[in-house]
Design a protein around this ligand. Sequence first.
Ligand SMILES: Nc1ncnc2c1ncn2[C@@H]1O[C@H](COP(=O)(O)OP(=O)(O)O)[C@@H](O)[C@H]1O
Ligand SMILES: [Mg+2]
Length: 297
Amino acid sequence: MSFSLDDDTPLAAAAKAAVYVRTGLMGTFPAPARTRVMTIVNQKGGVGKTTTAVNIAATMALSGLNVLLIDLDMQGNASTALGIEHEEGTPGTYDVLIEGADIADLVVSAEGFETLKCLPATIDLAGAERELGGENDSEWPYLLKNAIESYVAGNDVDYIFIDCPPSLGRLTVNALVAVSEVLVPIQCEFYALEGVQQLMQTVDLVRTNLNPHLEISTILLTMFQGSTNLSAQVAQEVRAFFGEKVLEAVIPRNIYVAEAPSHGQSVMTYDPGSTGAVAYLAAAREIAERGKNNGGK
Ligand SMILES: Nc1ncnc2c1ncn2[C@@H]1O[C@H](COP(=O)(O)OP(=O)(O)O)[C@@H](O)[C@H]1O
Ligand SMILES: [Mg+2]
């Protein structure tokens, strides 16, 4: 009996994809001319914000770029997914926003990555939402922006991603003020566009009042189920509405994507041959290609 690594077999395709993701990435993404900062936001929970933040960040880092992931959700799911400690009291995003700590002093390297750092989030952030914006405090929307600007000034970083909580509160406003680009993951399911209108209004408000450079630059379709007409319909609807902002790459629903965080890993390292990893690789590549001239504005 012979065993051939034929392109036609799913196993062979997965093995090839894994090798490609592991070895083919190095140095293949263009670095932006200056640091590109993107906020990943959608006030709906469970649409794939954290999964997208972690896997796009990991992919960029695997290609050799310097990446910082800022966890802005008190649940700390992005920190967990990178195997980073975030028990209550662990210094992280809260300390940067409320105590004026420097990001550079608190970042942690993600396990197994040389160029991926994370600013962890803890449950303490629940308090930050209340503590921001006391009486006579007009500076609160700019705290994250200022902290990021200091970090960028003193550190070599190509990409910064901010993983937002599922709300449009003051933490998210900080994230929208700190960037010129917003990435919105949209889950391919019924009601996908519900809430997006509200998100767009918030983005408009922030642009008008706080950050004239703000733009929804990128839409990523997540949890696509090829077996359903509904996924295809939603994808079509989102493309009709947002046009070229929508990445061509679509992230399928994939068990390895869902499992990876419980191993403290991105899917790019947990199962690089999975359809989820291959799709995130394609999405990250598109983002990098679009940003190589570092427009973003
Ligand atoms: N492509 C995918 N395939 C399978 N499960 C996914 C996928 N993307 C996300 N998930 C799972 O869906 C849940 C919600 O995703 P998450 O990224 O945490 O969303 P959000 O940050 O928007 O709340 C998580 O359990 C995650 O593991
Ligand atoms: Mg999340």
